[in-house]
Design a protein around this ligand. Structure first.
Ligand SMILES: *Cc1c(COP(=O)(O)O)cnc(C)c1O
Length: 461
């Protein structure tokens, strides 16, 4: 079981090398050479198993024997021990044939914990085994950074530096990044926008001397191990609604296309998924592409569902690779065109994408209305991202059960939720003192030399 690049010009790697490498050297994203399948009997046998056991059975074939079974079980157990719901990803019912998959019971209250907690443990395991150290640097608009810090804090062999735009993340998000006291955690407030954070991160990866000197590693959403971790809850939820004997559909609030791509992998593995519905906010490049074939960049319009405010959707490249019959050259060509503003998907590729995905776009007003209305009808208090999903899902309800992914806890976005519902959602008890904990953060200029000097000096290696 090896991994190949979507641009066809980087060496194939094992699972653990793929995880430590992140982005392929040709600029592409790693995907499995072949996707392993599970038979109907294998899937039926998941019924009644714990989340951890399902995780083990679903992910194991992707490891290609790189990690012994007992070790992998230990990694999974440690990854999900910090979740505060015994089901890890519980399903609640919103309406006849409409279910909500609550993915916000992890340490930072967003679904990114599912992937980040697992790769924290995987990195720790693999780096110890190789007697290696890395410096993880990430850029965040909020949720990724807090999930990464929570996953890597206190681990040996790793320093974690997170760049976030000063003054432009929510208070809960900022505090989740600045209050951990472990010495290997470094929260950096950059004078600039999220795009500046991402640009400086890219500059660091392109500074090969610096990259090698500090052992730079990335854990952004293109890391294959993160996608893999997310495949698991598609299985656990579908099985609890009767798969493989009954098909289900999913609606996924989407930004970088990582979460919904995991659903696509679950389907390829044999899980009977009828529809996979992409839900976007007003930043709707994916919805436009699915309906017109044109993938054209436009400006980011800040919304009340900020974790989906993206201009380009990096993991979409993985879907394009399959839509173009795994032709790496064709994908590389599209990505060159994207640098100049956009591209048009071929008719054949568009047919494949439309056969696999449906899509919908939700306005700010509709998002707020959905929060208001769900509070009344089902009692569920939705975060704005989850509300985008629920709104789009409602247009796709039918005889097949629909599962909408709830990607964050409402308390992470209290202002929008209060505006829609009149209620200010409280933090779960284990975090109730978040607003009292001391913060530790370094404000930095938007300047590569300054940043690199700071990282050299601060890392505990
Ligand atoms: C990251 C995030 C998303 C988008 O997920 P992608 O995998 O980038 O599509 C949606 N909602 C929340 C709350 C998020 O943090």
């Amino acid at each position: 079981m090896n991994y190949i690049s979507t641009r066809g010009a980087a060496p194939a790697l094992s699972f653990t090398d793929t995880m430590l490498t992140g982005l392929a050297r040709d600029g592409g994203l790693y995907v499995p050479e072949t996707v392993p399948t599970m038979s109907a009997a294998d899937i039926a046998a998941l019924a009644g198993q714990s989340y951890e056991e399902i995780a083990f059975r679903v992910m194991r074939p992707f490891l290609g024997g790189t990690i012994p079974d007992d070790d992998f079980r230990g990694i999974i157990d440690r990854a999900y021990a910090g979740f505060d719901h015994p089901a890890r990803a519980p399903l609640v019912q919103l309406a006849p044939n409409h279910f909500l998959l609550e993915l916000f019971h992890g340490p930072t209250l967003a679904f990114k914990d599912f992937a980040m907690q697992l790769i924290g443990q995987l990195f720790q395991y693999e780096l110890k085994r190789r007697d290696a150290r890395v410096t993880i640097v990430g850029a965040t608009s909020g949720d990724t950074g807090s999930a990464a810090i929570e996953a890597f804090k206190g681990l040996d062999n790793v320093d974690v530096f997170i760049l976030f735009p000063h003054g432009r993340v929510s208070e809960v998000q900022r505090r989740q990044m600045t209050t951990p006291s472990e010495s290997n955690v470094h929260a950096l407030a950059l004078d600039g926008h999220f795009d500046d954070c991402q640009a400086r991160l890219k500059d660091m990866f392109n500074d090969f001397d610096f990259r090698d000197e500090v052992g730079l590693a990335g854990v952004n959403s293109i890391n294959w191990a993160r996608v893999l971790a997310q495949v698991v809850y598609y299985f656990s939820s579908a099985v609890s609604l009767g798969a493989p004997h009954r098909a289900v559909s999913f609606t996924v609030p989407t930004g970088n296309f990582g979460d919904i791509f995991a659903g696509y992998i679950a389907k390829k593995m044999g899980l009977p998924i009828d529809k996979l519905v992409i839900a976007t906010n007003q930043n709707d490049i994916l919805h436009r592409c699915l309906t017109t074939g044109g993938y054209k960049m436009s400006d980011v319009h800040p919304s009340i569902s900020p974790s989906m405010d993206i201009q380009v959707s990096s993991n979409f490249e993985r879907a394009l690779f399959d839509a173009y019959d795994r032709d790496g050259k064709a994908v590389a060509q599209l990505m060159d065109e994207l640098k100049a503003g956009g591209f048009t998907v071929s008719q054949g590729a568009l047919d494949m994408l439309q056969a696999t995905f449906a899509s919908g776009r939700v306005s700010e007003e509709e998002t707020l209305q959905t929060i208001t209305q769900q509070r009344k009808t089902s009692g569920e208090l939705l975060c704005p991202h989850s509300a985008v999903g629920v709104h789009v899902a409602e247009a796709h309800l039918g005889a097949t059960p629909m599962i909408t992914l709830a990607t964050a806890h409402p308390a992470k976005f209290p202002d929008a939720v209060e505006k829609a519902s009149g209620e200010r959602p409280g933090l779960p008890p284990r975090m109730a003192d978040l607003y009292e904990r001391p913060e530790r953060v370094t404000r930095v200029a938007n300047d590569l030399t300054t940043l690199e000097a700071l990282i050299r000096e601060r890392r505990t290696n």
